[in-house]
Design a protein around this ligand. Structure first.
Ligand code: GLN
Length: 489
């Protein structure tokens, strides 16, 4: 290629075409993304661990595969991996001090599948510690900055992934979403981002946060790219007992462009107080656009969604408190040695975990403790069922639901850091689909007065990824929100 800097603007589909036709080499492509990362990351700080030499070595292998005709479906495509995913032999910290120095003996299934497809990994992306947060400020290492405005957060917990994808430092990335961590940073950074159904993508090798909620998923710069990535990572995995045995459809073939006659539900209760007016306007305009494309808009009721923040912030910490019990300095990562077992455990956990993680462990331990279990954890589980049932009923009337992704656009770094309740309220629209285990797809739908991206969310039933992607693709084709951020030179 004459102008390799341009290839970082291309979609994955177009890039693969160039690679297949041998008009571009995987090494040239990877070098272009590495150059862009080196130019931009000092300001954005998306990479927690940058491994350009490993990426280039993989690119050499991809070029060889193209030469001999054995190239996989993503051969040579540079992708970032959120540090929540285990990568064999490569430090995996989950954004925490407690896992400093931990090199997993195996890779997560979704990473393995991308690798088998020929993808190239320039490194691990920053995140909130143990995926707890909405800003990436809870990383034990450093905060990531929003490429649209460096004074703002990129969202979280997959903030490194969103910033890197939006800035063109990678062609796409793996994120994980427990209560919004793919969709919310997708909205804040202006990129399409998909939380698949619970169980659609294997959790094997994903460092556990809330095991009944955690979902790996793709983040990219177009819906077509999401489809290409999901195609590779979706599917049953015998290593994850909760992974769904359902067949994987052809996601790209589902992008027909035609959404005529589809019924789209609008939950009016999601447009109440607390929603930034520009967000409300942009999301409503997106719905009008869907209608113009032939969809039929219908009101739906999701009356229990208003309890989703209270419900999630009992269930997720409860599961986290159990999952994080394993970090005792014996088997993984950092150990703070003291005289005797208990002092060593106390010091390892006391120094290893950050404030937000400790807060969740305390809440989780409390709501699970004898005497409080029924009042808190048991009650939250009952409400979770009601939230899910609302969706089941709504999906009897409509094919999918459209709603805001976040109540506001990206806020300033440090602005909400000391106010956990304000932070938790950020998740109000992303939590209901998480608690129900269904699909949530963020799509860019405009900009606020300060030029910050706005996203809206398509919510589809379990295993409705192809439907959500089809509608998202049709919307994307009819709109013009896929702009690149005004990056520092
Ligand atoms: N912001 C939510 C939390 O802090 C969601 C995080 C996530 O999805 N991993 O728990």
């Amino acid at each position: 290629m004459d102008d390799v800097s341009d290839v970082t603007h291309l979609g994955i589909g177009d890039t693969l075409k160039l690679l297949r036709e041998r008009r571009l080499s995987a090494v040239e492509l990877t070098q272009a993304y590495i150059d862009r990362s080196e130019a931009l990351d000092p300001q954005l700080r998306a990479w927690l661990r940058f491994t350009p030499e490993l990426a280039l070595a993989a690119a050499v292998r991809a070029d060889e595969a193209y030469r001999v005709g054995t190239a996989g479906p993503l051969a040579g495509i540079p992708l970032g991996i959120k540090d929540v995913f285990s990568t064999k032999g490569i430090e995996t910290t989950c954004g925490s001090n407690v896992l400093r120095g931990y090199r997993p003996p195996f890779s997560a299934t979704v990473v393995e599948r991308l690798e088998a497809a020929g993808a190239v990994f320039p490194g691990k992306l920053n995140m909130d510690e143990f995926a707890m947060g909405s800003t990436t400020e809870n990383s034990a290492y450093f905060a990531t900055h929003n490429p649209w405005d460096l004074t703002r957060v990129p969202g979280g917990s997959s903030g490194g992934s969103a910033a890197a994808v939006a800035a063109g430092m990678v062609a796409g990335a793996l994120g994980s979403d427990t209560g919004g961590s793919i969709r919310q940073p997708g909205a804040f950074c202006g990129i399409p981002a998909l939380k698949p159904s619970y169980g659609r993508c294997s959790r094997h090798g994903l460092v556990a946060f809330g095991s009944s909620l955690d979902c790996p998923g793709p983040m990219a710069r177009s819906v077509e790219d999401l489809a290409l990535l999901l195609q590779v990572i979706a599917g049953h995995d015998p290593h994850d007992a909760t992974s769904l045995p359902a067949e994987v459809p052809d996601y790209r073939a589902a992008l027909s462009g035609d959404i005529r006659g589809l019924r789209v539900g609008i939950p009016e209760s999601y447009f109440g107080a607390g929603l930034q007016p520009e967000v409300a306007t942009a999301v409503r305009a997106a719905m009008t656009q869907l209608e113009a494309l032939g969809a039929e808009l219908r009101p739906v009721q999701l009356p229990h969604s208003e309890h989703s923040v209270a419900t999630y912030y009992i269930i997720a910490p409860a599961e986290a408190s159990a999952n994080l019990a394993r970090y005792d300095g014996v088997r993984y990562g950092q150990r703070v040695e003291r005289e005797g077992m208990w002092p060593t455990w106390r010091a390892t956990r006391g120094e290893g975990f950050g404030a937000e993680v400790k807060r969740r462990i305390m809440i989780g331990t409390y709501v699970l403790s004898a005497g409080y279990y029924d009042a808190w954890y048991g009650k939250a589980q009952a409400v979770r069922t009601l939230i899910k049932r609302d969706f089941d009923e709504a999906f009897r009337e409509v094919d999918l639901i459209a709603a805001p992704t976040t109540p506001t656009t990206a806020f300033g770094i440090g602005e909400k850091r000391d106010d956990p309740l304000q932070m938790y309220l950020q998740d109000i629209f992303t939590l209901p689909p998480s608690l129900a285990g269904i699909v949530g797809l963020n799509l860019p739908c405009g900009f606020d007065d300060e030029g910050l991206p706005i996203g809206f969310q398509l919510i589809a039933p379990s295993l409705g990824e192809a439907l959500a992607l089809r509608v998202g693709h049709a919307y994307e084709q009819a709109s013009d929100w896929q702009r690149r951020p005004p990056l520092p030179a």
